[in-house]
Design a protein around this ligand. Structure first.
Ligand SMILES: Cc1cc2nc3c(=O)[nH]c(=O)nc-3n(C[C@H](O)[C@H](O)[C@H](O)COP(=O)(O)OP(=O)(O)OC[C@H]3O[C@@H](n4cnc5c(N)ncnc54)[C@H](O)[C@@H]3O)c2cc1C
Length: 461
C-alpha cells in the first residue's frame, strides 16, 4: 500500500499545537469508543483527540432505538476490550458483588452469561476513563457535532461540522449505523393489542419478546425481510471447532463443506455452533479469495442465512421465541417493508402487497452504511476512500485503513461495520476490539514513517 504523507508538521503548525498529532474520531458508539481506548493505550506519543457525535447520550449497544437496554447476544467471555486479557469483562463483573446479585449470577457462571447492554456500556466507559486518566500527554475533547464533510488539504484533512472547519492529521470514521432516528419507535403508553416489529435479527426478536413480556402488546408480527430468524447459542459455551480439512476456496464449495461439517456435528451431539465458530475464524481468508461475482452472490443469496447462524440468540430467548410463535403470540412474516404508517405497515411479501394493521410499530432494522450521505460523498469524491465492490461499505485493510482503488492510504480509517464488505464479522465486538488495536499500531508506525521521511527531506534540503 502506498502511504500518502499527511504533512503532519504542517498541520500541527497550522493549528499552533506544537508537535501534537491531531486525530478525529467521528462517531461515539462502541466502535468510536473502542478506537479511542486503543489509541490511548497504544499510541506512544502525545496527541490531540477530538471525538465528534451529535448524540448527547451514547449507548454502545443501541444501534437501533429501543426503550430499555437489550440483552447482548455475545457471552461475557467474548466481550473483553483488552485483547491481552480475554477475561477482563468477566473479572470486571465478578469483582462487584452487588452487580452479581442484580444479574442473578454466581462468579462461576459469569463467563458464559449474557448480560444487558447497559452493563457493557458501563464497563467500556470505565476502561475508557482509566485509559484517559493515564495519559497526561493527551488532549481529549468531545465535540457534540454532526460531521458533514472531510476534504484533503495540503496541511491535512479538513473536517466540516456545524458550519465550521478544523484540520486533522488522521480521521477515524466510526459512524456505524448512522445518526440515530428518534422516530424509530412510536411512543405509545399502556398496552396495545397488535404491534409490528420490523427486523429479523436478534434485536428485533429481543424487542418483540420484551413487548409481550412487559405487557406492551398482546400480539406481535415480526417482519423479516429474508424470512430467517436467528438461531440459538448452545446452552454451554462452545469454542471454535477444529475444521480438519482445508476449506474449499469457492463460495459453493465452502458452504457445502460447512453444511456437511455442521450436520455431522449436530448428529454426534457436539452442535453445529462450534463448526460455525471455527468457520468464522477462516472467513476472512475465504472472503479474500472469492471472485467479485462470488462476493455479490454471497450478498444476494447467502448473507441472510449466514447472519442468522452467526448472530445467535441466548438459548432462553430462542425457546421463548419459539414458544411465543407456537402459541400464536408472535407471527413471522417474510417481506420487504414498503411503507410505515401510523396505523400499520405495508409490506411486499411472497404473495404480493399486504397491509399489516398495528397499534404500535417498532423499527429494529439496522440501517446499512449510507454511502450517499454528504459525509461519505465528500470522502469518496475526494478520493480519500473507495466503496468496496459489493457496496456494503468502505474498502479497508485489516487495521481499518481506507484504501483507494490505487491502493493508497490518505490518513482515513473506516472502522467497525463500515468495513463489512472487506472484512466479514467486523460488526461484532471481538473483531472491533482487534481492529481498533491494529489501527492504533498502524497509526503509530505511520506517524513514525512520516516523521522519518520529513527528517530525511530536511537533511537533503
Ligand atoms: C442492540 C445491539 C446489541 C448488540 N450486541 C452485540 C453483542 O452482544 N455482541 C457483539 O459482538 N456485537 C453486538 N452488537 C453489534 C456491535 O456492537 C455493533 O457492531 C456496534 O454496535 C456498532 O457500533 P458503531 O459504534 O460502529 O455504530 P453505532 O452504534 O451506530 O454508532 C455510530 C455513532 O456515530 C454517530 N454518527 C453517525 N453519523 C455521524 C456524523 N455524520 N457525525 C458525527 N457522528 C455521527 C451516531 O450518532 C452514533 O452515535 C450489538 C449491536 C446492537 C445495536
Amino acid at each position: 500500500m502506498m502511504l500518502v504523507p499527511p504533512l503532519l508538521s504542517e498541520t500541527s503548525k497550522a493549528q499552533g499545537s506544537g508537535h501534537l498529532a491531531r486525530i478525529a474520531i467521528i462517531g461515539r458508539g462502541f466502535t468510536g469508543m473502542m478506537t479511542a481506548i486503543a489509541l490511548l493505550k497504544g499510541l506512544d506519543k502525545p496527541f490531540h483527540l477530538v471525538v465528534f457525535d451529535p448524540e448527547q447520550k451514547v449507548d454502545l449497544s443501541k444501534g437501533v432505538n429501543q426503550s430499555s437496554s437489550p440483552l447482548l447476544n455475545s457471552r461475557v467471555r467474548d466481550l473483553s476490550v483488552c485483547p491481552d486479557h480475554r477475561d477482563d469483562f468477566e473479572a470486571w463483573i465478578s469483582k462487584d458483588s452487588a452487580l452479581l446479585q442484580r444479574l442473578g449470577l454466581s462468579r462461576a457462571g459469569v463467563a458464559d452469561a449474557f448480560v444487558p447492554g447497559e452493563i457493557f456500556n458501563s464497563y467500556v466507559y470505565e476502561r475508557f476513563s482509566e485509559a484517559l486518566s493515564r495519559r497526561t500527554d493527551v488532549v481529549f475533547q468531545i465535540w457534540s457535532e454532526k460531521v458533514s464533510a472531510i476534504e484533503p488539504r495540503a496541511s491535512g484533512l479538513s473536517v466540516t461540522f456545524g458550519g465550521q472547519r478544523a484540520l486533522f492529521d488522521t480521521v477515524f470514521l466510526a459512524t456505524g449505523y448512522g445518526l440515530r432516528d428518534s422516530q424509530c419507535e412510536q411512543s405509545v403508553s399502556g398496552k396495545v393489542e397488535k404491534a409490528v416489529v420490523i427486523g429479523g435479527g436478534v434485536h428485533a426478536v429481543d424487542r418483540a419478546l420484551r413487548l409481550l413480556e412487559d405487557g406492551g402488546a398482546s400480539h406481535v408480527t415480526l417482519i423479516s425481510a429474508s424470512g430467517f430468524l436467528p438461531q440459538s447459542h448452545t446452552r454451554t459455551a462452545v469454542g471454535p471447532a477444529n475444521l480438519d480439512r482445508p476449506l474449499p476456496n469457492t463460495l459453493r464449495g465452502a458452504f457445502r463443506f460447512l453444511r456437511e461439517a455442521a450436520n455431522l456435528a449436530a448428529a454426534d451431539g457436539s452442535g453445529w455452533q462450534g463448526i460455525m465458530n471455527g468457520f468464522r475464524l477462516r472467513a476472512h481468508d475465504l472472503w479474500r479469495g472469492l471472485t467479485p461475482e462470488e462476493r455479490s452472490r454471497f450478498k444476494r443469496h447467502v448473507k441472510s442465512i449466514y447472519d442468522s447462524h452467526r448472530n445467535r440468540l441466548p438459548p432462553e430467548h430462542y425457546i421463548r421465541l419459539h414458544t411465543a410463535i407456537a402459541k400464536g403470540q408472535i407471527i413471522v412474516k417474510k417481506g420487504k417493508v414498503e411503507r410505515i404508517a401510523t396505523n400499520g405497515v405495508l409490506i411486499s411479501g411472497p404473495s404480493g402487497l399486504e397491509v399489516l394493521l398495528a397499534d404500535r410499530t417498532i423499527n429494529c432494522r439496522l440501517r446499512p452504511n449510507d454511502l450517499n450521505s454528504p459525509l461519505f460523498r465528500s470522502v469518496l469524491e475526494a478520493g480519500l476512500a473507495s466503496r468496496d465492490e459489493v457496496d456494503l461499505g468502505i474498502l479497508v485493510d485489516g487495521s481499518g485503513r481506507a484504501t483507494t482503488l490505487a491502493n493508497e492510504f490518505h490518513g482515513v480509517f473506516a472502522m467497525g461495520p463500515l468495513g463489512l464488505g472487506s472484512l466479514p464479522d467486523i460488526d461484532l465486538a471481538p473483531q472491533i476490539v482487534a481492529q481498533a488495536h491494529a489501527a492504533a499500531d498502524a497509526l503509530d508506525s505511520w506517524i513514525d514513517e512520516v516523521a522519518a521521511s520529513r527528517e530525511a527531506a530536511r537533511n537533503i534540503g
